[in-house]
Design a binder for this molecule. Structure first.
Ligand code: ADP
Ligand code: ZN
Length: 567
């Protein structure tokens, strides 16, 4: 489909210029648009900020009739509806905040089409699944529109949300299966920035799309993907001090030094973190960093208000859980993520205007313990967390190469999918380095390598002792124990299985005799945590994923083991 030789090609390029005021297509935009105008079912994977919206908006305004766009997040819908209205496209939105009278008006206008005296609605942006679960009227209206031939296309943005196997599953999204059932002749366009090899078949199944096919065949789903690496994003991992106050200061200093007065998003792990970080950053900066908060618990109206204040520049630093940011046109700060997919998706919201942006991961070893409790019970999640930790602890591999490796191992994308088009021809499967990430720019002499064989041996001695005694430790607890802090106490689980019937000291604490086990280690707290994570990643310590307790896995220390530590 990537050509301008279709009978509708002139009209496509005219619409691009006249309506969208753009001169050229980007990436695979033209192919997707051609396939959409040709009424094909489509799956399109394009990086965030790559220009996915145009691929469904252009076909929507080119022909006649109504296109329904389903999008999981309000922020995205607001931005798109505003942008479409600005260029004169008749466009409405249906969200949880749309009043009954507004809804009634929209339904009437949809049913009337172009014969209602008002302009025909061309695009309806909708948080569809949530809406449908509340009201059947949207569906019955769409059925009426379809009966008179007025329904053109349905688009599912952030389509990966419908699969449980992806990283951002939204249960309501499963209901999208009803689209093909109700409207078998209406093409579906599923667009997303992340899709794993497991997610694609699942997505096809849920949306009831045919198998991926050669574009030349007239049936099946046409698949498009564009290089996922965006050369304006500068990835870096910065170490986060272990104490909360200095962590805020470190972030604040970084923001003020690198992006004073600019826009940024700080992704946090919990609602509570969102609130604390926002408040403390504001206090720390004496009000210079104008923070706002955004998470699932924030009321709809308040979300809209924050969105407006953010756009107007009255708020420049949004502290958010994952729920914020889809569709946001700017951003330069990043925080912590549960998986590389999540990190990639979150950082994708930076620099959508093509300007250089920083995607920072403020990381500290102990975050691993909190993260592992967040994904407790999720086996797939725990291996993803390990990948994330490996990424965070890696001081050598180019971040782009790391992403490429990760996604080519887990996704329906070849490693070269990460390269810019001009690099595609030269590289044979391998990915070129980006030249702008922290690891590409790191001076190798700044990496201090320290032999930690003795420290490792001591740590494993302590961990094994704790395990033999039927005890459990968290990462922070183990770090304290080996450094001779915290009174040397560890928790003992109840008697029975794990304790080999030796003890029945339910919930009690016991003391480690460090001297008998080789004595304490002399590393600082941050280095100790980094070493512990390293041992988890190497398989010497295993996270048992309940109550974030660690237990010893293997007890052999190679003599050449060294852990890199940076200062
Ligand atoms: P996505 O939905 O893939 O995250 P958007 O559709 O929001 O990305 O597009 C990101 C930005 O790129 C927008 O500001 C948009 O106007 C711009 N854009 C999209 N397509 C083009 C193009 N062909 N030429 C120039 N700018 C474009
Ligand atoms: Zn790099």
């Amino acid at each position: 489909y990537q050509s301008s030789k279709f009978e509708f090609s002139t009209q496509v390029s005219q619409t691009l210029k006249r309506v969208f005021h753009l001169d050229n297509f980007r990436l695979c935009q033209e192919g997707v648009i051609n396939a959409a105008v040709d009424k094909r079912d489509i799956v399109c994977v394009m990086p965030t900020g790559g220009g996915k919206s145009l691929t469904y908006q252009l076909p929507a305004v080119m022909g006649r009739g109504l296109t329904i766009v389903i999008s999981p997040l309000l922020a995205l819908i607001w931005d798109q509806v505003r942008a479409l209205k600005e260029i004169g496209v008749e466009c409405v939105m249906m969200t949880g905040a749309t009043s009954t009278s507004e809804q009634n008006e929209i339904y009437e206008r949809m049913k009337a089409g172009s014969s209602g005296g008002r302009k025909e609605i061309r695009v309806c942006e909708c948080t569809f699944p949530e809406k449908v679960s509340k009201s059947k009227r949207l569906i019955s209206t769409l059925e009426k529109v379809n009966e008179r031939g007025g329904l053109t296309n349905s688009t599912s943005d952030e389509a990966h949300c419908c699969s449980q196997l992806g990283h951002d599953f939204r249960p309501d999204y499963k209901k999208l299966s009803m689209l093909k059932t109700l409207f078998p002749r209406i093409p579906i366009q599923a667009v997303t920035a992340t899709l794993s090899s497991k997610t694609l078949p699942d997505l096809l199944k849920i949306l009831r799309l045919g198998p991926i096919t050669d574009a030349a065949k007239s049936t099946g789903t046409v698949f498009f993907s564009a290089p996922l690496f965006r050369p304006n994003l500068h990835y870096k991992v910065l170490s986060k001090p272990s104490n909360a106050k200095s962590a805020i200061a470190a972030m604040g200093e970084w923001i003020q030094k690198n992006h004073p007065g600019q826009s940024g998003i700080i992704y946090c792990l919990s609602k509570k973190d969102v609130e604390t970080v926002a408040e403390e950053l504001r206090e720390w900066s004496g009000g210079e960093i104008k923070t706002g908060i955004y998470h699932a618990g924030v009321e709809e109206n308040e979300k809209e208000r924050i969105h407006v204040r953010w756009r107007e520049g009255k708020v420049n630093c949004i502290c958010a859980t994952i729920a914020f940011g889809l569709g946001i046109d700017k951003g330069d700060v990043r925080y912590m993520s549960k998986s590389l997919e999540g990190y990639y998706q979150e950082t994708g919201r930076a620099g959508r205007d093509g300007q250089d942006s920083d995607c920072v991961l403020f990381y500290r070893g102990q975050d691993a313990a909190r993260l592992s409790s967040l994904i407790y019970g999720d086996v797939d999640g725990s291996s993803k967390l390990q990948e994330m930790l490996r990424f965070a602890q890696d001081l050598k591999t180019c971040r782009k190469v790391a992403f490429a490796k990760y996604f080519s191992a887990s996704a329906h994308l070849s490693a070269s999918a990460w390269d810019a088009p001009d690099a595609l021809s030269s590289s044979s499967g391998s990915t070129s380095t980006c030249g702008i990430c922290d690891n590409c720019l790191r001076d190798p002499s700044s990496i201090i390598t320290k032999d930690v064989t003795v420290e490792t041996w001591k740590i494993l001695k302590v961990a094994q002792y704790v395990q033999n005694e039927g005890g459990r430790v968290t990462l922070a607890n183990l770090s304290d124990l080996v450094r001779g802090l915290g009174g040397g106490l560890f928790g003992v689980v109840g008697g029975g299985e794990g304790t080999k019937g030796k003890r029945k000291l339910n919930g009690e604490k016991e003391k480690v005799d460090l001297e008998a086990l080789g004595g304490k280690i002399t590393l600082g707290r941050d280095d100790t945590e980094a070493l512990l994570i390293h041992l988890v990643l190497l398989g010497y310590l295993a996270d048992s994923y309940h109550a974030t307790a660690y237990s010893v896995n293997v007890y052999i220390v190679p003599s050449d083991m060294a852990v890199r530590l940076t200062r």
